[in-house]
Design a protein around this ligand. Structure first.
Ligand code: NAD
Ligand code: G3P
Length: 318
C-alpha cells in the first residue's frame, strides 16, 4: 500500500468500519498496523470498486471464492486469488481448484493465483518472502509481479496455474500429517520421509490434473510444503499437533479461530486421486484420521506396513 493506491474491501460493512477506524484487523491479524494510505471499504459493490482499480486480489478461504468470482465475473482488469485448496464439493460431484471454479462462474476473467511459502504475519512485517504469480495470461503474471515484487517480496512468474494450485492445496493436507508426526514424536527421519513421499504424491496428482513436474519442485510445491509442514505458524500443522494430543477434530479446528484448508481439502484430494487412478497413501491416511476411523498409531503402522516399492513408478530420465 505504500507504493500503490489500495482499497481493502470487506464483505461485512460494520467489520470494514471497525478495521478502518482501528487501523488494525484485530480479529484476524492483530498487532499489525495498517498502512495509513490503505483505504478500507465495506459498503460499495465489489464489482463497481474493481472498475476503479488496475488489479483485484481475492483473499477469502476457498469456500468464499465462488461467490466472489461470481460478483467479479465482468471485471476487465486482472484478478488473482490467494486461497489454497479445493472448494468444498457441496452437492457437486467433487471439489474444484480455483481455476476450475473460475471456469464455471467467470470464464471471461483474466485470472490467476498468487501463492507460495508465505505466513501472513511475516509478509505483513516485511520479512523476506518469495512467491509465485501463476496464470495462463501473461497480462496477469506481469500485473502481479509489477504490483508486488519489491525489496521484501520476490515474485516469480509461472504459466502453470493448475500445478501451482495443486501444490498449495496438497501441502496443507501433508502439513496435518507432519503436525501429527511431530506431535507423536515419531522423529526427524519420519518427518523427512513424510515430506518427501508427500511431495511425490502431490506431483503425481498435479500432473494428472494438468500441472508440470517442475512446478512441484518450486515455491508453490516443495517450498510451501517445507514451510507449512515444519513451521509452527501453520494452522494446518497445528491441527495435526492438536490431534496428536488427543483433541477431537472439531475441538482442534474451533480452537484455531482461523481456517485450516487442509481439513476439507483432504477428502477431495483423495476423492479426485481415486477418480484419476493416482496413489496417495499419505493423504488417504490423513482422511482416515480426520474421520476418526483409525488412531494415529494405527495410521503409522499401516503406512509403514505397505509393500516395498520403487521410489519412482517409472525410471526418472537420466
Ligand atoms: N494466513 C496465511 O498465512 C495464508 C498465506 C497464504 C495463503 N493463505 C490462504 O488464504 C486463504 C484465507 O486464509 P486466511 O489466513 O485469511 O484465513 P483466516 O481464517 O485468518 O481469515 C478468513 C477470512 O475470510 C473471511 N471469510 C470466511 N468465509 C468466507 C466466505 N465464505 N466468503 C468470504 N469471506 C469469508 C473471514 O471473515 C475472514 O476475514 C486460505 O485459503 C489460506 O490457505 C493464507
Ligand atoms: O497456516 P496455513 O497452514 O494455512 O499456511 C499458511 C500459508 O499457506 C503458508 O504458505
Amino acid at each position: 500500500a505504500g507504493r500503490h493506491a489500495v482499497t481493502l474491501w470487506a464483505r461485512d460493512a460494520a467489520q470494514a468500519g471497525a478495521i478502518g477506524a482501528a487501523r488494525e484487523n484485530r480479529r484476524y491479524l492483530p498487532g499489525i498496523a495498517l498502512p495509513p494510505s490503505l483505504h478500507v471499504e465495506g459498503a460499495t459493490d465489489p464489482a463497481a470498486l474493481a472498475m476503479e482499480h488496475d488489479l483485484v486480489l481475492v483473499a477469502t478461504p476457498m469456500a468464499g471464492l465462488r461467490g466472489m468470482l461470481t460478483q467479479l465475473a465482468s471485471t476487465r482488469v486482472p484478478v488473482a486469488w490467494l486461497c489454497k485448496g479445493f472448494e468444498p464439493a457441496e452437492g457437486r460431484p467433487y471439489g474444484l481448484l480455483g481455476h476450475e471454479v473460475q471456469a464455471e462462474v467467470a470464464p471471461a476473467l483474466k485470472a490467476g493465483v498468487l501463492t507460495g511459502p508465505s505466513f501472513a504475519q511475516e509478509v505483513a512485517r516485511s520479512q523476506p518472502t518469495a512467491l509465485v504469480a501463476a496464470s495462463a495470461h501473461a497480462e496477469v503474471r506481469d500485473a502481479l509481479v509489477a504490483a508486488f515484487h519489491g525489496p521484501a517480496l520476490r515474485v516469480y512468474a509461472n504459466d502453470d496455474l493448475a500445478g501451482a494450485e495443486v501444490g498449495g492445496a496438497v501441502k496443507n493436507v501433508l502439513a496435518i500429517a507432519c503436525g501429527l508426526c511431530d506431535g507423536l514424536s515419531l522423529g526427524l527421519n519420519a518427518r523427512a520421509a513424510l515430506v518427501t513421499r508427500g511431495l511425490a504424491e502431490m506431483t503425481r496428482l498435479g500432473i494428472a490434473l494438468g500441472g508440470r513436474a517442475d512446478t512441484f519442485m518450486g515455491l508453490s510445491g516443495l517450498g510451501d510444503l517445507v514451510l507449512t509442514a515444519t513451521g509452527d505458524l501453520s494452522r494446518n500443522r497445528q491441527v495435526g499437533l492438536l490431534l496428536a494430543q488427543g483433541r477431537s477434530l472439531q475441538d482442534a479446528v474451533a480452537s484455531l479461530g482461523h481456517v485450516a484448508e487442509g481439513v476439507p481439502t483432504a477428502r477431495t484430494v483423495v476423492d479426485r486421486a481415486a477418480r484419476l487412478g493416482v496413489d496417495m497413501p499419505v493423504a488417504a491416511a490423513v482422511v482416515e484420521l480426520l474421520d476418526g476411523r483409525v488412531r494415529p498409531i494405527e495410521a503409522v503402522a499401516a503406512l509403514m506396513g505397505r509393500d516395498p516399492a520403487a521410489e519412482y513408478a517409472a525410471s526418472p530420465p537420466r
